[in-house]
Design a protein around this ligand. Structure first.
Ligand code: HPA
Length: 276
């Protein structure tokens, strides 16, 4: 008989616990160009995704493919160095599986980071954006199919997917650190092509400030699992339709890499300050 999602989660969780007994409080997903936070994890155990049962493998550039367990300040953390995307050909169940496993390991808070195109006229490349809300424009949903009530509700509430208190902490620290930081709405698409001018215009019109190819499916599963979520985008390119320049992926990575020390500092301080 085919294994249930719960069985797979248990198998992956048992494997990880056999490598490290730490019970993490906070999960972190490190996106494009933002993997450097991994260097700030102390006393760490690094587990390559390809060793973990049912984990996919990262194929996207800038996504290393390790699960890292350890400490940041006095907090126990588990970090995904690299994530999975729809455009790699993975199902949303595969993409969001690590969120379920991190939940089973013990996390209560999920911190998401990503690179995104900025459509708000006040944004500059390299800015940070705290994700205040999102639009699922992937055309898919990770919760479609049979629902296991022990994992979460059939119809999860989405009135406040991102935790207000965590956003306030993030904003306060960004201000203290002198990091340009906005609040905005993230629209999640499947990719892999960047958007047309008409699409960027449409996304602005429907209320999005930034667009990216990840995060939304993971947040849907995190909320299904009753995790508190904080999302931070690094604005890597400016997508104002009337003056759109071709988007070059190398440039996206370059901007993310340049912003990395700032966003890493921001996330590290947030982790120090939040109460778990
Ligand atoms: N569109 C979609 N995803 C992105 C972009 C973009 O402009 N920039 C970085 N990720």
């Amino acid at each position: 008989m085919a294994k249930s999602l719960k069985d797979k989660i248990n198998e992956a969780t048992n494997f990880i616990q056999s490598k490290r007994t730490l019970v993490p409080d906070i999960g972190i997903i490190l996106g494009t160009g933002l993997g450097g936070l991994a260097d700030h994890i102390q006393d760490k155990t690094v587990i390559p995704y390809n060793e973990i049962p049912y984990f996919a493998t990262s194929t996207a550039p800038g996504h290393t493919g390790n699960l890292i367990m350890g400490m940041i300040a006095d907090k126990k953390v588990v970090a995904m160095q690299g994530r999975f995307h729809t455009y790699e050909g993975y199902s949303l169940e595969e993409i969001t599986f690590p969120v379920r496993v991190m939940r089973a390991l013990g996390i209560k808070i999920l911190i998401e980071s990503n690179a995104a195109g900025g459509m708000n006229r006040n944004f500059k490349a390299g800015d940070a954006m705290i994700i205040a809300d999102h639009i699922n424009f992937t055309g898919q949903n990770p919760l479609i199919g049979a629902n296991d009530e022990t994992l979460g509700s059939r119809f999860p509430d989405m009135s406040e997917p991102y935790d207000e208190k965590l956003m306030e902490i993030a904003e306060k620290i960004a201000l203290e650190e002198g990091i340009r930081c906005h609040r905005g709405v993230y629209i999640g698409v499947s990719g892999p092509n960047f958007e047309t001018k008409a699409e960027y215009r449409f996304f602005q019109f429907i209320g999005a400030d930034a667009v990216g190819m990840s995060t939304v499916p993971e947040v849907i599963v995190a909320r299904h699992s009753d995790l508190k979520v904080l999302g931070i985008s690094c604005i890597t390119d400016i997508c104002i339709p009337d003056r759109l320049e071709p988007v070059d992926f190398r440039k996206v990575i370059e901007v993310a890499n340049r912003a990395e020390p700032r966003i890493t500092r921001l996330v590290e301080r947030i982790i120090r300050e939040i109460e778990v």
